[in-house]
Design a protein around this ligand. Structure first.
Ligand SMILES: Cc1cc2nc3c(=O)[nH]c(=O)nc-3n(C[C@H](O)[C@H](O)[C@H](O)COP(=O)(O)OP(=O)(O)OC[C@H]3O[C@@H](n4cnc5c(N)ncnc54)[C@H](O)[C@@H]3O)c2cc1C
Ligand SMILES: CC(=O)[C@@H](O)[C@H](O)COP(=O)(O)O
Length: 656
């Protein structure tokens, strides 16, 4: 049975929404790559609407509403499952070392305790604590217990939970989501909810970045029969969250390092130092566990909630530091929106379009896929007719969740002048242009001012690692490329064309180095488009490690030899669940068309355009050839026969 609502992501947000939708009568499926990797497991579980000192009024209202829902919400879940969530309205105490300035948010109920009052209220604080704020309405929940309770509750209500399923792309057609492409095939539903936390940006161009937090827990020693702490301590660069089960959670660092895993000595040391200063007796408590997680951070630190560019896709992500707190209100507002089409007025403050003017790429969200290959489509042929004219639908090229109308990508090298390059890019109708990060950074000949030469609000930059001979080199240059795209206004561009090429004569890529670099870059949150020899096994391995496309070569770069690897490219296309982009070696439009007729999803052509006598005219010809090849592929080629077969009927002919 097709679900009414399919939810991408099984953290607290996805699960809480699933339960509210199910309770309203929807059939719900939750797809989750890895339940245990969610930020929801890594968090501290503070419900800190007041202690967080939130300056944004709408956000403060949202947090207050959610905190107010907590007692009833957790009671409902506990009744459904018979399990405890560890909800504890214990209040939060925020000790300080210096006389505080006036509080930024004076609407929250907070009480100032001077040194003697705070010492009485919470004995054992560090000697240099001079007083503190008491936030009696804040509290905590055991977020791991909560996640488990949510899973059990969802299951008991009949929500279909599918773990280990990775959504690779959200397939869109004519402004609607038509399914999600997963590692197990296409899955369809009537409505879709994106709740993928820090990974949401892999599927849609939303400005969400991971913000890593390292954590650890201690154990209250057995010789202490009573809990020494019974409320959360919210200090400078540290919070100490005592659980009823005698664990004490210490958190958390805040690091902008992408999806870099592991705890580090520096991170843990900073937490321990700050914790011991605040509550010195922790020095002797046994360490229980270390872990880390990734907060889904947006540029303004507010979540993204509500409608998207597609009427059947809703967004609930970017909850940054407060997703555990915000789970119940998110679930209520989103379930009302999807199931009853009731939009709470608060939602307008959290709509994704608030980033539209800053993030050039958000305009990608509004492109509807059509059959023309770019913006300049004043063709005098029938190709300018809409695809519906031919009853052929094309979904557009979808890479890492972004949809592009054009299936031709170009480069910027080898042109005789910047102007010629600019005119050629326009004539090619391409929406993706690859740029060699190293050459731009070093202002190599022909690359001076290149970054500024194109309108990056219209063209998606594909930084490439050309010139890198090792995996390490390519990883470093990829990171520079991401920064370069950011500097040019593409905040959310995580694409990289991965080239690891140790050989200068044939420019053939190193398969092992490419795989190693791809694995690391995928972990760091890049959408990796690796340039490879046409090797079907390697293509599969790269797909398995999470690459966004594969880019097999037709022939060596810049050789213009045309399709020399047809048989292998055919096998790659047959087996791929990600787009196959034929890259390098195409010399003429007929070869471009041929590659598209085979079923390639896109092409990357540079030399054949740049080195043509009239580069813009050749770019235009490649544009037409790419469209023609794609259309021929979709139209279905006639079978090849051994013998002739007359075109006109053989019956009814005049006999002499
Ligand atoms: C160290 C730390 C401390 C924190 N402390 C607090 C706190 O005290 N209080 C508080 O309120 N908040 C806290 N937070 C924030 C809170 O944890 C997050 O805001 C919240 O968990 C976000 O929930 P989510 O469901 O959106 O994302 P997540 O919990 O990250 O879940 C997202 C899920 O989606 C899955 N997924 C992603 N992409 C795909 C895909 N393509 N296909 C299938 N599945 C996919 C992931 O595997 C993951 O399981 C903390 C976070 C961290 C990291
Ligand atoms: C520009 C680029 O990224 C290369 O992969 C290459 O230049 C494309 O090949 P051709 O130049 O042979 O088209």
């Amino acid at each position: 049975m097709t679900s009414d609502v399919l939810i991408i992501g099984g953290g607290v947000i996805g699960l809480a929404c699933a339960i509210e939708l199910k309770l309203r009568g929807a059939n719900v499926t939750v797809l989750c790559r890895d339940f245990s990797a969610a930020a929801s497991h890594a968090a501290a579980g503070m419900l800190a609407s007041d202690a967080e000192n939130i300056p944004n009024e709408a956000m403060l209202s949202l947090c207050w509403r959610s905190r107010a829902l907590y007692p009833e919400w957790t009671a409902k879940l506990e009744k459904l499952t018979g399990l405890s969530t560890g909800y504890w309205p214990c209040g939060i105490l925020a000790p300080v070392y210096q006389q505080p300035e006036t509080r930024t948010n004076d609407q929250s109920p907070a009480y100032w305790l001077d040194k003697s009052a705070i010492e009485l209220y919470q004995p054992g604080l560090g000697a240099d604590v001079i007083g503190g704020w008491w936030y009696p309405e804040d509290g905590q929940v055991d977020n791991r217990a909560l996640a488990q309770v949510l899973r059990n509750a969802a299951q008991s209500l009949g929500v279909e939970l599918k773990d280990g399923i990775k959504v690779e792309a959200i397939a869109q057609q004519q402004g609607q989501v038509i399914g999600v492409q997963t590692n197990t095939g296409l899955i369809r539903a009537a409505h879709y909810l994106l709740a993928a936390g820090a990974w949401a940006n892999e599927l849609l161009p939303l400005p969400i970045r991971p913000r890593k937090g390292q954590m650890l827990s201690l154990q209250v020693p057995e010789f202490l029969p009573e809990l020494p702490l019974t409320r959360v301590l919210f200090g400078e660069n540290i919070y100490i969250v005592p659980r009823r089960n005698r664990s004490i959670i210490l958190g958390a660092t805040s690091e902008d390092v992408g999806f870099t895993p592991h705890n580090t000595p520096g991170g843990i040391q900073s937490l321990l130092q700050a914790a011991i200063r605040l509550y010195p007796q922790l020095e002797n408590y046994p360490i229980q566990e270390l872990w880390w997680g990734f907060r889904p951070a947006t540029p303004d630190e507010l979540p993204i909630l509500g409608n998207s560019h597609c009427p059947n896709l809703t967004l609930a992500t970017g909850h940054y530091r407060n997703g555990i707190l915000l789970a119940p209100v998110t679930a209520t507002l989103i379930a009302d929106l999807i199931w009853s089409q009731t939009a709470d007025s608060l939602l307008t403050n959290f709509h994704y379009s608030r980033f539209q003017s800053q993030a050039s790429t958000t305009s990608m969200l509004t492109h509807s896929a059509n059959f023309t290959n770019g913006n300049r489509t004043n063709l005098s042929t029938n190709l300018s007719l809409p695809s519906s004219e031919f009853h052929i639908q094309d979904s557009g090229l979808i890479i890492a969740g972004k949809t592009f109308r054009s299936r031709l990508m170009t480069g910027t090298g080898k042109y005789r002048s910047i102007e010629e390059m600019q005119r050629s890019v326009v004539a090619s109708g391409c929406q993706i242009v690859t740029v060699a990060v190293r050459r731009v950074q070093t202002k190599a000949a022909g690359h001076e001012g290149l970054a500024e030469a194109l309108d990056w609000s219209k063209i998606w930059m594909l930084p490439n690692t050309a010139g890198c001979q090792t995996a390490e080199d390519a990883i470093r240059v990829a990171r520079l490329g991401r920064e370069m795209a950011k500097l040019l206004g593409q905040e959310d561009n995580n694409f990289v064309k991965l080239e690891v090429i140790p050989d200068a004569k044939y420019l053939l890529p190193d398969p092992i180095g490419t795989l190693q670099a791809a694995e690391q870059l995928v972990k760091e949150g890049f959408a990796v488009l690796p340039y490879i020899n046409a090797d079907p096994m390697l293509a599969k391995r790269l797909e398995e490690v999470g690459c966004a496309t594969v880019m097999p070569l037709a022939a060596p770069i810049g050789s213009g030899q045309g399709l020399k690897t047809t048989a292998n490219i055919q096998i790659i296309i047959e087996n791929a669940n990600i787009p196959v982009v034929v890259d390098a070696g195409i010399g003429a439009p007929s070869e471009a068309s041929e590659a598209m007729e085979l079923g390639a999803d896109a092409l990357l052509i540079n030399s054949a355009i740049a080195l043509a006598q009239n580069a813009p005219a050749m770019a235009y010809a490649m544009n037409l050839a790419t469209v023609a090849g794609r259309m021929a592929y979709l139209a279905g080629r006639m079978p090849i026969k051994d013998y002739a077969s007359a075109s006109s009927p053989v019956t009814g002919t005049i006999t002499a």
